[in-house]
Design a protein around this ligand. Sequence first.
Ligand code: AMP
Length: 405
Amino acid sequence: MRQEELRAGALDAARTLLPGRTTIGVLGGGQLGRMMALAGSAMGYRFVALDPASDAPCGQVTPQITAAYNDRGAARELAQRADVITYEFENVDAGVAALLTEESYVPQGSELLYTTQHRLREKAAIEAAGVPVAPYRKVGSLAELTAAAADLGLPCVLKTATGGYDGKGQAVIRQTEELEAAFRQVAPGAEAQHGESEAPELVLEKFVKFKCEISVIAARSTSGEVKSFPPAENIHVDNILHLSIVPARVSEEIQQRACGLAERLVSGLNAVGLLAVEMFVTEDGELFVNELAPRPHNSGHYTMDACMTSQFEQHIRAICNLPLGETTLLTPVVMVNVLGQHLDGVIQRTGHPDETAKRLGIAPKLHIYGKTESKNGRKMGHINLLCKDTGDGLSWVEQTNLWRN
Ligand code: AMP
């Protein structure tokens, strides 16, 4: 109830939770929880995490309750041990979210989670905030897909409304002949013709011929203060983020407009904490929002070494109602993800003088997440390359030969 009152606009009642006397409970013990706990511990906050894995990245740096995410007893224990609860992933079990909001203080609430867990709800919320998304249609059958494709025109992208990530659960459709195969791929097991009950929930989006993809992370505190970080230009390989380049290689005007849209969204959606906003930039400078994530985001890792405040510190500040930190970029930076297949090479390299970095005048800052099992495509760490010019950071990535696979 307390938090419903807060979110209903009684903002002056927003609680300020001070370091030294506050324990923050984190639902999820992955790398985002770990980096949140590292940043918050430096500020004087205590943490407790809930994660099913006994040696999770966050649990290595903070006390942990080891239990399944949907274990109500464990969620209750988290609520008892913490003064405030946050989460590091979106797919929080609805029952656990309800329990935590009732029995504890969750300044972020659960509404935004509910919205962002479903692409159609998310798009409707983005549009309601007056922010553009690529044209789309709701689709539940092959017949609806055919009609929607005729309406929007090809090429299009078919996506599941729930559960897809890193490009899974989606298909690009370039020709009418591909419609049926795309439907079968994205909604396996669904009947091409359906009765209402078994209709899959899909969304067909117009394919945006983007010049580049950018993201902006905005923060809003419980008392309504809003700030955004400089846009990152994101390059994906096999649908997984590979590089974030900051400043993004778009005009100053586009950067400002992108920050404006992210700030409008974080306010319009009444978000508390961080909201990561992924956008497409077209050749003529139009911006379309693709996806939202109500949490710290991989494309914001560059802030850890390159901004006055990191996204993790900002998140803690926002949920604890401290004044938000300055987001100014201190240096150009390229963030490169270290996946399972890159990890050994990266670790070995750190044991030797980095002549390439010296020659290019860049400082590589290594962050490894402590995951016990390394797998192809699994995010094991990242490197922030602080440089005079992002071109030098990109040269380092090229010349080290570690990311060719
Ligand atoms: P998503 O799972 O929605 O983040 O999509 C994964 C990736 O697919 C994006 O980062 C884009 O590179 C690409 N993509 C998704 N939707 C579209 C679209 N409507 N137009 C063009 N590319 C898209």
